[in-house]
Unconditional design. Structure first.
Lengths: 110, 111
């Protein structure tokens, strides 16, 4: 059983395009997150949602817009993609302090 | 000063060796502490939580020193399968907030 799933696993696209990444968790957690891991492997929070409500929005360009249709889903839409957006994006969910990560989406912008 | 600092390594050790990783954090109000493991091109996975009293899970021992804001991980009798990046992780001040990750320490265990 997959606890936190993300689609797609790989995404290759050109600059200027708009793309979405989907995330679903079946753990019953109230809180979901998006993290970005850059080419230097540094993992950093982007957004956090609790019960469909945005609670953390780090310094992320407003081209990135998270959407949570229900507490089991947190999608990430990115407009006008730039070369610097190339990274691995991890979705996570948690209850309390422990978090469980999805397999990641490797985004390459050309 | 970075929020969570780790020696990036790499640490190259033979099978059976004991290896220790250290980490410091800057926010004295941090509440919870963890070690995560990340294999190449995979997601981070929780290895163990870290408590002030120290805790052990098989060959792995984690220690926390709140006064020094210092966290450690000791791996005894290293196995080839221990090769991975070990991430020191801090949770600021309440459940549900984002985790703060160190950049990770890379361990390579060879036969």
């Amino acid at each position: 059983d997959t606890a936190v799933s993300q689609t797609p696993k790989y995404l290759v696209t050109q600059m200027g395009n708009d793309k979405s990444i989907k995330c679903e968790q079946n753990l019953g957690h109230d809180t979901m997150y998006w993290y970005k891991q850059d080419s230097k492997k540094f993992l950093k929070i982007m957004f956090s949602y609790n019960n469909k409500e945005l609670i953390i929005n780090e310094t992320v360009p407003n081209r990135f817009s998270p959407k949570s249709p229900d507490k089991a889903h947190l999608n990430l839409h990115i407009n006008s993609l730039e070369l610097g957006d190339s990274a691995v994006y991890f979705c996570a969910s948690g209850r309390g302090y422990e978090q469980y990560f999805g397999p990641g989406t490797r985004l390459t912008v050309t | 000063r970075k929020e969570v600092e780790q020696d990036p390594g790499p640490f190259n050790v033979p099978e059976g060796a004991t290896v220790a990783f250290n980490c410091t954090y800057s926010n004295s109000a941090s509440q919870s502490f963890f070690w995560y493991r990340q294999d190449c091109r995979k997601e981070p996975k929780l290895l163990m939580s870290v408590y002030s009293s120290g805790n052990e899970d098989g060959r792995f021992t984690a220690q926390l020193n709140r006064a020094s804001q210092y966290i450690s991980l000791l791996i005894r009798d290293s196995k080839l399968s221990d090769s991975a990046t070990y991430l020191c992780v801090v949770s600021p001040n309440q459940a549900g907030t984002a985790l703060i990750f160190g950049k990770g320490t890379t361990l390579s265990v060879s036969s």
